[in-house]
Design a protein. Structure first.
Lengths: 186, 476
């Protein structure tokens, strides 16, 4: 069955796995089979799962660097514009120009940290498309245990290789238990 | 036969690590036990404790209001002792916070997996301690409505603050520290709030937890970014936490006062802060692990290693005390020499010797393993460290100020009842906030504790041979 034939109201197929090791092996097989739109759900991050899923390193680090640099630049402007132009203060007889940089360091450092932290925190949620309080997975009652001790693998119907029969067989073949078809919310 | 065993069985199999959670508990047990603290009815001891600490907090708040309506004259500060209990309490509280960030950030970078059992409550402790610290700089200005002069904006006369002043650095350091600590703490809470959402029985609590956890689904595509953010936050919090107490120490080290004007201050303050902070973690967690039956999660191994950190940082502090004394002698500056002789043999001598006993001698008990696993001795050392770190700040600030260069301007310092009850009030505020935290939020990071269980390893295979079973028993 081709992707076009899949019912639009279907969200995808979910399977449960007994433990982290089984989920890890299943993920490797789903990756090798060539699925694109799928995810594994676990109560905690599983070490090495990015590689098992064929995902690269998170790009969040580069975004945080930009945030941190913005903080640094803000501090430079915040300190030099008032101290050198708007209200030059002569302290200890020292000049107010750019060359008296060491006593300006602490605030540059702090603002770099501050904006990096904000970028890191909000970056996680923006990159994960959160907050999203309503999701087809939440309609599946056993999925409530994913934050407790259950491990799930879900393949979405938007995946080109998805088919109601083939995907079900594949998930059962790789050890998935209680394979279930999930529908969209509305 | 033993030889062939040793060569074929990998080392990790022959010498398994001590488990971090004792008695082979399952993941569901961890969720039930920890989330249960929040879900079950509050025990009697909780109500009694919060009634007591809440009263202290309320009386402390009244003292603060009395100060604001009357003026800073209600405190015992007077020239030459212009900074006394206010700054002592500020530095005391900000120091307490450092252990929380050390556990969450530095130990994360060092891959110390045992941190997962204690990091949540230690981070919460950090937040509440920094809140208590923040009260003092705000109220000590006397005219609280002028406190916005601390912000990097011009005042009504178009005068800008001096960005090269250590006091200005302090404003940025402490406010950044608080903000980053909140973000770090909340990011760690998100997966656990999702657990609370999925366990919630009532509709309202489910919606509230749903909103608080942003609809977390625990997908690996989410964990991927989450772990990166967590790692970066740990990476940037590490220099931050070291810089905060260094900046606090610059308030003193950049002055010319004998006893303050020393280059040893930044590392010495940071070590002292971690020492005092770990003492507070132990003070809070030793009773809580028994009251909430968390002995298998916060085990004696955890307490043991915290005691070792207490010993290490206490000894660094002791080295700093002695080295300060030596440098004062060796530096041949008569004012400096006098400041240190006056510290230990002047009118304030009981404070200095109490400080020395509590911070240097008492933690030496922790060399003995049996003492590190005896709650009475651990609690005694933690209490000594709590008191000792307060005395240390008092000794540095007040004794140095009370006798500076000119004997004609020397003056003794005596606190007033407002000083005393404001400080006790902040202890009340701190403990009250902590009690509310353990009531409404999971006090142990459930998702992180689960991730250090043996079965969380993707290459874990359950072992069935009888020898390994008996070995497992031996660890319990």
């Amino acid at each position: 069955m081709s992707a076009a034939a899949v019912d639009k109201s279907v969200f995808g197929m979910i399977a449960e796995f007994p433990n982290a090791a089984a989920l890890f092996e299943a993920a490797e097989k789903v990756r090798d089979k060539g699925y694109k739109f799928w995810d594994v759900h676990s109560p905690f991050p599983i070490h090495g799962m990015n590689k098992a899923m064929g995902l690269g390193k998170s790009t969040l680090g580069y975004i945080i660097f930009c945030g941190g640099f913005t903080g640094f630049a803000t501090a430079v402007l915040l300190e030099y514009i008032p101290s050198s132009f708007l209200y030059p203060l002569i302290v200890h007889g020292k000049p107010v120009n750019f060359f008296t940089v060491p006593p300006f360091f602490p605030i540059m450092f702090e603002l770099t940290i501050l904006l990096s932290a904000f970028t890191a925190f909000f970056g996680v949620f923006v990159m994960n498309r959160l907050p999203r309080l309503h999701h087809p997975l939440f309609d599946y009652e056993p999925f409530k245990r994913v934050t407790n001790d259950a491990f799930f693998l879900a393949i979405e119907s938007t995946d080109p290789k998805f088919s109601e029969v083939g995907t079900r067989e594949f998930l059962e073949e790789i050890g998935g238990q209680s394979v279930t078809l999930l529908y969209q919310n509305d | 036969m033993a030889d062939t065993d040793a060569s074929t069985v990998p080392f990790v199999e022959r010498m398994p690590r001590r488990p971090l959670v004792w008695n082979n508990h399952s993941m569901a047990w961890i969720s039930d036990r920890i989330a249960g603290i929040v879900e079950n009815k509050a025990p009697l001891w909780w109500w009694v404790s919060i009634a007591i600490t809440g009263s202290f907090a309320a009386f402390g708040t009244l003292c603060i209001l009395y100060l604001l309506f009357t003026g800073v004259g209600v405190w015992g500060n007077n020239i030459p002792v212009g900074w006394a209990w206010g700054i002592t309490n500020f530095v005391f509280w900000i120091g307490i916070g450092h252990a929380g960030t050390l556990i969450s950030a530095i130990l994360h970078l060092c891959r110390q997996k045992w941190r997962t059992s204690i990091n949540r409550s230690a981070e919460a402790m950090t937040l509440f301690a920094v809140m208590c610290a923040g009260i003092f700089p705000a109220i000590h200005v006397g005219r609280i409505w002028m406190v916005w002069f601390l912000a990097p904006v011009p005042n009504p006369n178009w005068i800008w603050p001096n960005f090269r002043s250590p006091l200005m650095w302090d404003v940025f350091a402490v406010s950044t520290y608080f903000t980053v600590s909140v973000l770090f703490w909340y990011l760690g809470l998100v997966p656990d709030l999702a657990t609370m959402r999925d366990r919630a029985k009532g509709k309202v609590s489910r919606i509230v937890y749903s909103i608080l956890c942003f609809g977390w689904r625990g997908g690996n595509r989410q964990w991927r970014h989450y772990e990166m953010a967590y790692l970066v936050l740990a990476g940037i919090s590490t220099p931050l936490v070291l810089s905060v107490h260094s900046t606090v120490s610059f308030d003193f080290a950049t002055s010319v006062l004998p006893g303050w004007h020393t280059t040893i201050f930044p590392p010495y303050f940071v070590a002292g802060a971690i020492y005092g902070g770990f003492a507070m973690v132990l003070t809070l967690l030793l009773p809580l692990r028994s009251l909430h039956k968390l002995e298998d999660v916060i085990t004696w191994d955890h307490i043991d290693v915290m005691c070792k950190l207490l010993l290490l940082t206490g000894s660094i502090v002791g080295y700093a005390y002695i080295m300060e004394f030596f440098v004062a002698f060796y530096g041949a500056n008569p004012f400096e020499r006098f400041a240190f002789l006056n510290r230990y043999f002047g009118p304030f001598w009981p404070f200095s010797w109490t400080m020395f006993y509590c911070n240097v001698i008492a933690p030496q008990l922790m060399w003995v393993r049996a003492f590190r696993r005896n709650w009475a001795i651990v609690y005694f050392c933690a209490m000594c460290a709590n008191a000792g770190m307060w005395f240390e700040r008092f000794v540095i600030f007040v004794i140095s100020l009370s006798r500076d260069f000119l004997p004609s301007s020397w003056r003794m310092y005596y606190p007033t009842w407002v000083d005393i009850f404001t400080f006790i009030g902040t202890i009340g505020i701190f403990v009250t906030l902590f009690l509310l935290f353990i009531r409404f939020l999971p006090m142990v990071a459930m998702s992180e504790v689960k991730s250090v269980l043996p079965e969380a390893d993707p290459h874990y295979r359950p072992r069935t041979d009888p020898e390994s079973e008996s070995r497992k028993e031996a660890h319990v």
